[in-house]
Design a protein around this ligand. Structure first.
Ligand code: AMP
Length: 219
């Protein structure tokens, strides 16, 4: 029931991992990284950021005391919000810039698969240890308590594939850093990571200095 990857917003984890590219947050909704793209342009809703914020709910003390869980199920159930997220990620990077989209088990799958479709790119799952059937590469990362292992299939990428990581929430950045490690082990080139929501207080960007980090929303 509990997901040990959850991080308390009041207790930043101190796990090591990677680095970061400094991006600027806008508190009004869409957060890009300086390229001026906004999901509220074009066909999307006028205030997509406001809509997304309204469709993400806080569940206090879930899955354990002290953790505020960001529940995206109301957003997923709203077709305008869901499509707006997918469009915003693809608009930010631009079609033709990505060969494969990686989704991280499990909520990352939900967002990454339609993003891959919209890019005209392939989808690759990164899963918890023991779930993938063919030979894998492994990367371990720190959780609030202990360690976890993620895996990707060894043959998931063609050499030089440009790979985008997509997940729902960026907390400490340990998951994204481990995922980037896996992609590189498997011969892919990480072009960046896009997340729906960044918990900025946890400082993931200080660990992800080697990555282009793009968050649609920050809290
Ligand atoms: P981290 O490795 O600390 O960046 O954690 C990111 C992963 O844990 C993502 O796959 C998220 O789905 C999940 N996660 C961490 N904290 C939360 C939270 N407060 N609410 C929802 N999901 C979270």
């Amino acid at each position: 029931m509990t997901d040990p990857t959850m991080e308390s917003t009041t207790d930043p984890a101190t796990d090591s991992v990677s680095h970061h590219t400094a991006n600027t947050a806008a508190d009004t909704g869409m957060v890009a990284n300086g390229r001026g793209h906004s999901a509220s342009r074009g066909r999307g809703p006028h205030d997509l950021g406001g809509l997304l914020r309204a469709r993400i709910r806080d569940i206090p003390d879930y899955p354990q005391a002290g953790i505020v869980f960001k529940d995206i199920t109301p957003l997923l159930a709203d077709h305008v919000a869901f499509a707006g997220v997918v469009d915003a990620v693809v608009n930010h990077h631009g079609r033709g810039t990505v060969d494969k989209v990686v989704g991280v088990e499990a909520r990352g799958f939900i967002l990454a698969a339609p993003v891959a479709y919209h890019f005209g790119a392939g989808f690759v799952p990164v899963r918890k240890k023991g779930k993938l059937p063919a030979p894998t590469f492994e990367a371990s990362y720190q959780l609030e308590y202990g360690e976890a292992v993620l895996e990707v299939h060894r043959d998931a990428f063609a050499g030089g594939d440009r790979v985008l990581i997509v997940d729902d929430v960026l907390a400490t950045g340990g998951t994204v850093a481990a995922t980037a490690d896996l992609i590189r082990q498997a011969g892919g080139v990480v072009v960046g990571c896009s997340v729906l929501l960044e918990l900025a207080i946890l400082g993931a960007r200080t660990r992800l200095t080697d990555l282009d980090v793009h968050a649609l929303l920050q809290v």
